[in-house]
Design a protein around this ligand. Structure first.
Ligand SMILES: [Zn+2]
Ligand SMILES: [Zn+2]
Length: 404
């Protein structure tokens, strides 16, 4: 362990040893597999099981892991090897992470380096290195207000679709802040626990509007008295039909000039009364806007209204997922439950702070950031005395070293 890891581990240990600490495991805790990522050599201890929250807390206090996970799946024998566990079901889970969002601030706080040729760049890492086409990237990410605000908005869209379109049981749904760059939604319900990978993929595709064909959602060209007219779905129709119209309505009121249309098309759409969308099924009343432009508008509307979940997490029925109430080793922030009615006001830079006191660190380099009411940085090669939560964030992000 290097000095930074030692300092992090010591603080994590103090945190978990606090007599007030309690674990709040998911339903049916004894049927789950638990996993711990430890400090030494990033070794994953898994296939563990615990009968009750108390024994789980004891293990966390003993091991002091960097990350704590539990399985979304239920097993007859959680400690058995993978193929002998006896899968009996799995929660339906969703992960929304700024990693998958195209926020404009990323070039200011994220960067990447190709492990093969050393090419570097700002922003989110490309899938392949533009120079040598290698796919192994080293990424340095940061968490910022803007990114987390967008993640929150995606989460709100997700929840709305789960309840309104898919009829997911409200009572069985829990929302969590991940302690890093996003939110998790867990559905603990018999209604969905038996779904296999394919069914979960269909749900993910629906939420992402993957492969949505506007013509199957009532966007069509018909002939009225010899004239070809475009006709679309109506506002308020269930599912993606109404959502498409709502999305176009929003676009017409805001960034319509930023979606690649010609200036003539933009002014035609601007001069049209968008309230018409709310009244008529006929979209043809806009002069100079034909079917292909409506299709462009539909695809932009769909992009706006879909919930950008990570499909891999939702479709994996053996997934280990972060345990709420534990520290996220990427940040030192607490992964925590967020009551759904409080999502809007929840501040991921205030409520999940877990450390008191102050720590002195030498910061190599860091973007500016906010914790609570206080702003910090940007820093470049400087030694600073910081509130522990800020120092821990920098240590966990490998942007700083502890000063004894
Ligand atoms: Zn490269
Ligand atoms: Zn950002």
């Amino acid at each position: 362990m290097n000095p930074a890891e030692q300092a992090i581990r010591q603080r994590f240990q103090q945190y978990y040893l606090d007599p007030k600490r309690q674990m709040d495991p998911p339903p049916s805790p004894a049927e789950r597999e638990y996993g711990f990522l430890l400090f030494n050599g990033k070794f994953m201890v898994r296939h563990r099981s615990f009968k009750d929250p108390g024994s789980l807390l004891t293990a966390v206090r003993d091991l002091v892991p960097l990350h704590v996970y539990f399985s979304t799946a239920y097993y007859r024998e959680p400690t058995a090897p993978m193929d002998e566990k006896g899968w009996t079901g799995a929660d339906l889970v969703f992960d929304i992470d700024a990693d998958h969002l195209n926020t404009p601030c990323k070039p200011d706080h994220d960067n990447w380096k190709c492990k093969a040729c050393g090419t570097i760049g700002n922003g989110g890492a490309p899938k392949l290195c533009p120079k040598c086409k290698n796919d192994r990237m080293e990424e340095q990410t940061w968490l910022c207000d803007r990114c987390l605000q967008e993640a929150k908005e995606e989460t709100a869209k997700l929840l709305e679709m789960l309840y309104t379109d898919l009829g997911i049981d409200h009572e069985a749904t829990r929302l969590f802040f991940s302690g890093h760059r996003g939110y998790h939604v867990h559905v603990y319900s018999k209604q969905t626990s038996q779904l296999g990978e394919e069914e979960r993929r269909e749900i993910a595709d629906y939420l992402l509007a993957q492969g949505l064909d506007p013509q199957l959602h009532e966007l069509e060209e018909t002939s009225v008295g010899g004239t070809r007219v475009a006709e679309g779905p109506l506002m308020g129709q269930p599912g993606w039909r109404g959502r498409i119209v709502a999305g176009i309505y929003d676009l017409l009121g805001s960034e319509i000039d930023q979606i690649g249309l010609t200036s003539t098309q933009v002014s035609a759409l601007r001069s049209w009364d968008r309230e018409d969308l709310l009244r008529k099924p006929f979209w043809s009343s806009v002069k100079g806007i034909g079917m292909s432009t409506w299709k462009t508008l539909v695809s932009k509307a769909v992009e706006k209204k879909s919930a950008r979940i990570d499909t891999v997490v939702t479709t994996d029925i053996h997934r280990l997922i972060r345990m709420p109430g534990t520290l996220n080793g990427h940040t030192g922030l607490l992964a925590m439950k967020v009551p759904e009615e409080r999502l809007d006001e929840f501040d991921p830079f205030t409520e999940p702070l877990a450390f008191q006191g102050e720590m002195k660190v030498k910061v190599t380099e860091s973007p500016g950031f906010r914790l609570g009411e206080e702003r910090f940085g940007p820093y470049q090669d400087e030694t600073v005395l910081l509130p522990s939560a800020a120092a821990m964030l920098l240590l966990c992000k490998r942007r700083a070293q502890p000063i004894a």
